[in-house]
Design a protein around this ligand. Structure first.
Ligand code: ATP
Ligand code: MG
Length: 309
């Protein structure tokens, strides 16, 4: 559906995309993940041909992107990072305006607008103007505007930032429904747990580059950490992080609030080595959990940075 090959985009002396390549197949949800300023929105704007790029190629539906290709544009939906809704128009009018950019037939449009309202759960707010809506409800309206014309590819740029739990669930369930109906979704977020739950595969971006792309399984195989053990100790002291690092095969130890996350490289006896260390040091713990590396662990190992979760 989307092939982006070695795209370079510069803003004067900032390289926002540095030979960025990316592939998206049909009917999948792809998470575009990376820290502030890594180039996610720029990549989306290049794919939408809202921005000119300096080098490389982008094909969508097998054709090079072109701002004048209206046939292709009709098949694409965008929910931008910044709200793009009209303050003077109510919920129905806002959605109808965006849908009208792609669909001329008024009767068909009315049906699509009603479906979009139903999809994001805004039935009670049909006549409300944006200033009467909460932040989360405005986000849902922004989404309805992007999806009403039933695109084959949907770009969602940080749709759940500053959104309450109920609206967040609505948005995530809506994205899953779009996929079930056959849409390819490109989803950018800072929330790695959310991405892990929602997306079929991931692109890890850093400094305008594609650091890794694949399913969680592919990404887990691409790093040296193979096991992540979290322990909650009952008594601890400030030397514990460094002492835990002395256990054989430990890659990294991260302390978060009251828990220690210990990342091990491939080895069969990690848990027993840890338990032996605990016994030998007369430590006590209330919780211990062994898992495969999470997206957060993968992100940290690949980029050397933690992404806010
Ligand atoms: N119009 C612009 N003019 C100059 N520099 C820009 C412009 N837009 C983006 N940049 C720079 O390009 C880089 C990539 O920005 P971009 O907005 O694509 O990042 P992002 O990954 O979407 O970040 P965020 O998570 O904050 O939304 C950043 O260094 C940013 O400062
Ligand atoms: Mg952005």
């Amino acid at each position: 559906m989307i092939e982006m090959d070695k795209v370079v985009k510069r803003y004067k002396d900032v390289i926002a995309l540095d030979h960025f390549s990316f592939l998206a197949g049909q009917n999948e949800i792809i998470g575009l993940l990376g820290p502030n300023g890594c180039g996610k929105t720029t990549a989306i704007n290049c794919m939408l041909s809202l921005l000119k790029f300096d080098q490389g190629t982008i094909n969508i539906f097998g054709e090079p992107v072109n701002p004048n290709n209206n046939k292709t544009k009709r098949r694409i939906g965008i929910v931008p990072q910044e709200l793009a809704i009209f303050e003077k128009l109510n919920v129905v009018e806002n959605i109808d305006f965006y849908c009208g950019l792609y669909v001329n037939d008024r009767r068909k449009r009315k049906q699509l607008v009603d479906e979009a309202i139903d999809f994001v759960g805004l039935e009670k707010y049909r006549k409300f103007v944006p200033k009467q809506l909460s932040g989360g409800l405005k986000r849902r309206l922004n989404i309805a505007c992007g999806i009403a014309h039933k695109p084959d590819i949907l770009f969602l740029d940080e749709p759940t930032v500053a959104v309450d739990a109920q609206s967040r669930n609505f948005i995530l369930e809506g994205v899953k429904k779009m996929k079930a109906e056959g849409t390819t979704v490109i989803y950018t977020t800072h929330y790695l747990e959310e991405a892990e739950d929602l997306c079929d595969s991931f692109v890890i971006m850093d400094n305008g580059r594609n650091i890794a792309q694949g399913t969680l399984d592919d990404l887990q195989k691409s790093i040296s950490t193979t096991e992540s053990i979290t322990v909650k100790f009952i008594a601890e002291d400030s030397t514990l992080v460094n002492r835990l690092k002395e256990i054989p095969h430990v890659n990294q130890v991260i302390k978060t609030k009251d828990k220690y996350n210990i990342q091990f490289e491939k080895n069969h006896n990690n848990l027993s080595n840890l338990i032996r260390f605990i016994d030998e040091n007369s430590l006590t713990y209330s919780e211990i959990k062994s898992e495969q590396p999470s997206l957060s662990n993968i992100f940290l190992e690949l980029t050397g940075k933690e992404l806010r979760d």
